[in-house]
Each structure stands twice: as structure tokens, then as C-alpha cells.
Design a protein around this ligand. Sequence first.
Ligand SMILES: Cc1ncc(COP(=O)(O)O)c(C=O)c1O
Length: 364
Amino acid sequence: MTPNLETIDTWVNPSLRGLAPKKAGPERNAQAIRLDKGELPYPPSPKVVDAIARAATTCNRYPGVLGGALRAQLATYAGTEPDQIVIGNGSDDLIELIIKVFVQPGQQVLLPVPTFFVYGQATQVMGGVPVFVQRTPDFGLDVEALVAKVTPATQVLYIANPNNPTANLVSRDTLEEVLNRVNAMVVVDECYFELCQTTISDWVDHYPHLIVLRSLSKSFGLAGLRIGYAIANAQVVDYLYRAAQLFPVNTVAIAAALAALEDQAYIQDNIHRILSDKLQLQEQLEGLGLQVYPSATNFLFVNTQPLNLPSAPLVAALQERNIWVADFGNTPGLGAYYFRIAVGTPAENQGFLQGLADALLSLS
Ligand SMILES: Cc1ncc(COP(=O)(O)O)c(C=O)c1O
């Protein structure tokens, strides 16, 4: 007798049953203004494209084990040792890997909210329990509230710094206090490091419970290739690699990352453009009566409450105009009035502002 779907349903890991199904969402079309995914709007440098073309000819071979030559190059870039680096298929992959290594079913992961949704989702996939702690009204860390939630079942605390979606940065002093008071793994996700230049990666020798996450998706503009890395104490790195795949990143991604790390002038150019266009976009949004929070990232977090308009209908009205921003209304830790917009090219930003003015008119 072959099993039917009902039987297969009973075989599924129970921790997955409560999770929402994933949807692919609409395909991009050439006319769309897509500012919803926090991406860099500029393509990789010609040197990176050349490196990709060259690597493509060797794809009959497996990639370097544990990230191959990229590990030493990332260590040099981050000012650390190769045995303190773990490479993953995007930092999303590393977020899951950390939970695989440190969280058993029923154990807890502490999440100051609002924050990046992948932490909670990865926790649930592994059968862990996300424990939400509200951030302060300006989205800083409430250290007392965090410490009060730590129990013997708390295994990991995730802090995105700067935070996504709120874009704000927490000081090194605050993180030092957290590290001194929290008896669990503390993951500080520095996905936007190159945009804010604030890091605590220099503390991994001193704090063995600290893991710093980085990504080549944002400032390096390689989101499509999926390259992230972690910096941690060598023993923690050893445990993480035991649970990782032998080939965590593909050949093309390794070659592209090596070339991108060498082409710093191109990266810095893009960062300067984004930072100056961000200020302009912020002023223009404020000119329309919206509240925009201080941003240490390549995106802006916007509050629609001053217009007395929940974000959901506004985001939908923008979508009708083929303009995409990310709605954060009624997500964990937030009320009904928030959206996030990545800084696009000047043309995309202008297109968005025109569409926004038009959408606001249609909703008034
Ligand atoms: C805080 C934070 N961490 C991790 C990621 C995922 O990065 P990656 O593309 O390296 O998986 C994002 C993406 O938006 C993010 O905002």
C-alpha cells in the first residue's frame, strides 16, 4: 500500500504545521519600480561581471570546500582570522545554521521587535520558541526588558544593528551592556555595516558568546548570488561548520565575491550615491507630511500616522501604480501605520514620489 497525502501530513515535522505557506509573489516586470526588498539598485561592477563569466566555465567542478579562497579574503576584509569566519548562502542561511547548532525544540530565541522576520521564522522551523520583547518607542533596545526575559531556556538573542525594518542603530555601549548581562548566544546582525561603519566584530575574542553576521547582498550589490558570512570565536565557528553543508556557496558566487571585495572604489561610489539620495528622499517624504525615522541603512522607515492613513491601503494604491514598497502595518511590534522603502536610482525615487503623491490624492 502506498501512503496517501493524509498519512504524509502526519509525518511532517509538527513545528512546520503552524507556519504560513510561502508564496512566490508577482514576477517583476521591466516597468515596475521595486523598492520593497531593500536591494542596491545598481548592478555589480564590470570586474565582478568578468569574474562571473570566467567562473562559469569551471562549473563542472564543485566549489571550494567551506567557501574556499573566499574565507581568507573575507578574514582580511573584516580584520580577523580565517578560522573566525563562516560563509553561508546569504546571511539568511547563517541565521538558520545558528539556530540548528544552538536551539533544541522547545528552547527559546529572544527577539527585540520590530525586527527582521527571518529570525522568528527560522526559530519556528527548528521547533524553537520565539520570545518577543518590545523595543523602545524610538526602536532602541530596552536592555532591562530583554534581561528580564532571559530564562535557562534562552539560547540565542538576535539583534539586527542597524535594525530592519526600523533602520536605526544601537550604540556599541548598549551592545556591550547586553553582552555583559545576557547568558546566551548573542547574534549581532551587521547586514548594513558598510553603510553605517559601526561594528563590534573586534569583540569576538573577548566575548565567546558573540556572533556577528554580515552580508554581500546590500552594499556589495550581490543579493542575487546569496553570500553572507559570520565572524565568531574559532570554537564557535568550528561548531557552526559541523552543521553546515560542505559547499555552502557556489563557484560563481565565490568568484564574484572575491572580485567585489577587490573593487572597493566601485562599492564606495555606490554607497556615497545611496547615502546622498537617501537624505533627499527623506526630505521629500517629510514634505508630504510623513514621519521618517533616522536611517543608518539603504532604506527608510516611514510612519503614515501623521496623515491619519494606515499603511495597507497606501501600499496597495502604490502597487496599482506598479510601485512596490514593503508594508509593515500590523507586523510584530508595530501598529497599522508603517512601510519601508529602499533608496532606488534617482529616476526610481522620482517615479515613486510622483506615484505616492498621486496615491495620496486618490485616497483623500
Ligand atoms: C538585518 C538583515 N539580516 C539579514 C538579511 C538577509 O541578508 P542575505 O541577503 O545575506 O540573506 C537582511 C535582508 O534584508 C536583513 O535586513
